[in-house]
Design a protein around this ligand. Structure first.
Ligand code: HMG
Ligand code: MG
Length: 314
């Protein structure tokens, strides 16, 4: 992907021309909702997001249904969605069992997930970081054999509720191991939304000195309102893939204090203002968020959606 001309050399020069937004609402969003959502509504939600034009939608996860009962219907969701040509439907898998379930459900792009800190790895996937990477080895070998695209997540990359500060070198180490195992892309997660642009500069800056930008994505939760500032800094550093969830749904049941992901609408409004292409239809993302918000029975966190509701958005 190319970058904008430096222009007059101001602080916004050198931004990417195009950003790929990975929509994670159906997975990261719905995994954290306390109420039960009907499978048909999940399917309709993914279909509405497909209509908005995403190249990648994280549709569900094939984890232990005891760990995340909200997504126990992963296979039914995958069977029910209308697959739009040009969209990849990504699913989280923690181990070989999850991979086999995903393959049987017709998934063709998978994401493995671990942590930069040992405590969260244990709490989230009941493994050390090293054990989790060993669990991913057969998954990623299988993905390569099947011709699947694969992503690796690193949670707690900017700070951890259990261990506090996280050394950027620890994030780099896990990222390199994931790439050695064969993931196509590493998504660096601010699971509990503690990052500020300073931390992004430290972590993403270090990663970019060792890993091509094409293999990196950022995944910010917006717990403290810093996600958009973090995205801008990440783009300035050269990152061109950003995760977001429609309406700002999201959180991790195993990370105390994790609020929703950066809202896709808020991200798209920023990117549009910066003249960055995404190929996405913002109004259709809004329609998807409104649909699922009604099913969830609570208002979305997205500022853009709130502004729409107040009819103040141009
Ligand atoms: P475990 O208990 O150590 O696993 O859990 P196990 O291998 O001992 O298996 C225990 C039981 O689970 C067995 O069933 C297995 O068959 C079953 P039993 O014999 O007792 O009836 N099982 C499975 N069932 C279905 N699908 C599977 C599967 N694996 C085992 N794949 C395990 C380990 C990893 C399975 C569990 O801890 C787990 O599922 N964790 C998932 C946690 C999760 O989904 N967290 C949220 C996603 S991560 C996130 O949100 C962060 C991210 O957004 C980035 C960021 O924000 O930082 C990605
Ligand atoms: Mg997340």
């Amino acid at each position: 992907m190319s970058r904008q001309e430096p222009g007059p050399g101001g602080p916004l020069s050198g931004l990417p021309r195009r950003v790929r937004v990975v929509e994670v609402g159906p997975r990261d969003g719905l995994q954290n909702e306390p109420g039960r959502i009907a499978t048909a509504d999940k399917i309709a939600y993914v279909d509405l997001l497909s209509a908005a034009g995403f190249a990648m939608i994280e549709a569900t996860s094939f984890v232990s249904p005891r760990a995340v009962p909200q997504l126990a219907d992963a296979a039914e969701v995958m069977a029910g969605i209308a697959r739009r040509p040009g969209t990849q439907y990504l699913a989280l898998v923690p181990n070989l069992r999850g991979f086999e379930r995903a393959v049987a459900a017709g998934v063709r792009a998978v994401a493995v997930f671990t942590s930069a800190t040992e405590t969260f790895a244990r709490r989230n996937i009941n493994a050390t970081i090293a054990e989790s990477l060993e669990n991913f080895r057969p998954v990623l070998a299988g993905a390569r054999r099947e011709g699947f695209w694969a992503r690796g997540y690193i949670s707690m990359a900017f700070g951890c509720p259990f261990e506090g500060d996280v050394a950027p070198a620890a994030v780099l180490d896990v990222a390199q191991r994931l790439l050695d195992l064969g993931v196509d892309e590493v998504s660096v997660g601010d699971t509990i939304g503690v990052a500020t642009p300073r931390g992004v500069e430290e972590v993403a800056g270090l990663l970019l000195r060792h890993i091509p930008a094409e293999q990196l994505a950022v995944h910010f939760h917006d717990t403290r309102g810093t996600a958009l500032a973090n995205v801008l800094l990440a783009l300035q550093l050269g990152i061109q893939v950003v995760d977001a969830s429609s309406g700002g749904l999201g959180g991790c049941p195993f990370a105390p204090g994790a609020a929703g992901n950066l809202a896709t609408e808020d991200l798209l409004y920023l990117l549009r203002g910066l003249g960055i292409e995404t190929g996405l239809d913002l109004d259709k993302v809004v329609a998807a968020s409104r649909f699922i918000a009604e099913k969830l029975g609570h208002a979305p966190a997205s500022k853009y959606l709130q502004a729409c509701a107040a009819a103040t958005t141009p």
